[in-house]
Ligand binder design. Structure first.
Ligand SMILES: [Zn+2]
Length: 426
């Protein structure tokens, strides 16, 4: 029997058949969820681009039967995605506080001084490194997006504009740079060549250095139904168990872990060289491994159940929007994050349901969301138009946004949060 999706994707069938796990090379055959075809979630459109053709790519997630790495195929080259990237981390207050606390804690726990070297991989606009620089600790950022790296350099954060891997790590070592603290926040998911990236981390870390890596926790993604955090820019989705396997293959040992509330539930793993015996494995790391096993993350059935769960979330959100529109209500969006674009494209929500969205990032204002062509305005638009509902797209910042927009209640406005399932907050 031939299914329509297979016909539509006929030109990609060859690549689907030959797709292999980006860590262990096993052929990818097990679907976790198929979100259809969508445009790249950060390719915002200007008004004169609206009538042009727009590239859409499959958003089909697989799990490797061998190592359980959940992953997308690489449909688009990372150079194309990341050289002009619209996401400036500095626009979210909660996230800045998170980074400041991180710097304080690392300096205290690992006794960093003005003689230490901190390196951040995927340093964005320097938002996190600035807190180490404030403390006069030598710091270096590595960031491939040219426009974003330029902002960091203007702010006085030393930044190299390049993709990180073994080649760039070896270059830094030759220049005499090795890290006492090497870290990356939400960068590992975006790495196409995972083995080269982790091997590069190993090279750049001093013999007694510490590495921390933060990434959204796959177990939370599944439990919280956060399918909208899946997009082309995120090639991989990690559990602790799989990351431990990857790092251990490259001679790195995970000795501690923290569970963080950021991005709907993240892990911060702590790694050192596997011959560094000064850092014993913490009870938290052992306990998390056990919890993942109990939750089923090392069994294929766990991944197979996700697809239906996602479809049901879509049906519930559409049901709400259809009822709201039938009742003559107006709905505006808040935010234009990558996750919003996955959600809106997968659910088929355009200006038929959502009049517009707003964003604090001036780079996005005046542009249109990819695929759905919903216009993006300055947040003042909400005060001008007084919508009945505000759909919060970056739901991971919902408390902060509800606090900022508390004034919508003066005209009876209510908040709508789409994930884990649609809910109204008045
Ligand atoms: Zn694998």
């Amino acid at each position: 029997m031939i299914h329509y999706p297979e016909l539509l994707k006929a030109d990609t069938v060859n690549s689907v058949q030959s797709a292999r796990c980006r860590f262990c090379g096993t052929q990818l055959r097990r679907t976790v969820v198929d979100l259809g075809v969508t445009p790249l979630c950060e390719s915002f459109l200007t008004a004169d681009q609206l009538n042009q053709m727009e590239p859409f790519y499959p958003l089909h997630v697989y799990v490797c039967e061998q190592c359980f790495l959940v992953q997308l195929e690489e449909y688009v080259s990372p150079e194309r995605i990341f050289t002009e990237y619209a996401y400036f981390s500095s626009y979210a207050d909660t996230w800045l506080e998170h980074c400041k606390r991180y710097a304080d804690r690392m300096v205290e726990r690992f006794h960093l001084t003005y003689q230490s070297q901190v390196v951040e991989v995927g340093s964005n606009d320097g938002y996190a490194l600035q807190y180490f620089i404030e403390k006069k600790i030598p710091s270096l950022g590595i960031e491939p997006a040219i426009n974003v790296a330029r902002v960091a350099i203007q702010k006085g954060v030393p930044t190299r504009t390049e993709f990180f891997g073994t080649e760039s790590a070896q270059r830094l070592v030759r220049e005499g740079i090795q890290a006492d603290l090497l870290y990356g926040n939400n960068v590992m998911a975006q790495v196409p060549n995972l083995n080269d990236f982790v091997a590069g981390l190993k090279i750049l870390l001093k013999p007694d250095g510490v590495m921390t890596i933060e990434f959204p926790h796959l177990m939370q993604l599944v439990a919280g139904n956060q399918f909208d955090t899946i997009y082309h820019e995120h090639f991989s989705y990690f559990s602790f168990i799989t990351v431990e396997k990857i790092f251990s293959t490259h001679g790195l040992n995970l000795f501690d872990v923290e569970e963080l509330p950021t991005h709907g539930g993240s892990l911060r793993i702590y790694a050192c060289h596997n011959d560094d015996t000064s850092k014993p494995v913490s009870a938290l790391a052992l306990a998390l491994k056990q919890r993942e096993q109990q939750a089923g993350l090392t069994e294929l059935a766990y991944y197979a159940a996700f697809d239906e769960q996602v479809k049901e979330t879509k049906r519930k959100l559409l049901e709400f929007l259809i009822e709201a529109k039938r009742a003559g209500k107006s709905v505006a969006g808040y935010g234009a994050p990558g996750k919003g674009n996955t959600l809106l494209n997968y659910c088929g929500i355009r200006t038929d349901f959502l009049d517009y969205t707003v964003d604090r990032n001036p780079y996005k204002q005046g542009k249109y969301l990819p695929g759905t062509h919903i216009p993006i305005y300055h947040p003042d638009k909400i005060t001008e138009t007084r919508p009945d509902y505000v759909l919060i797209l970056p739901w991971n910042f919902k408390d902060e946004i509800i606090h900022q927009l508390a004034f919508i209640r003066t005209w009876g406005g209510q908040f709508v949060v789409p994930i884990p399932e649609v809910s109204v907050i008045s």
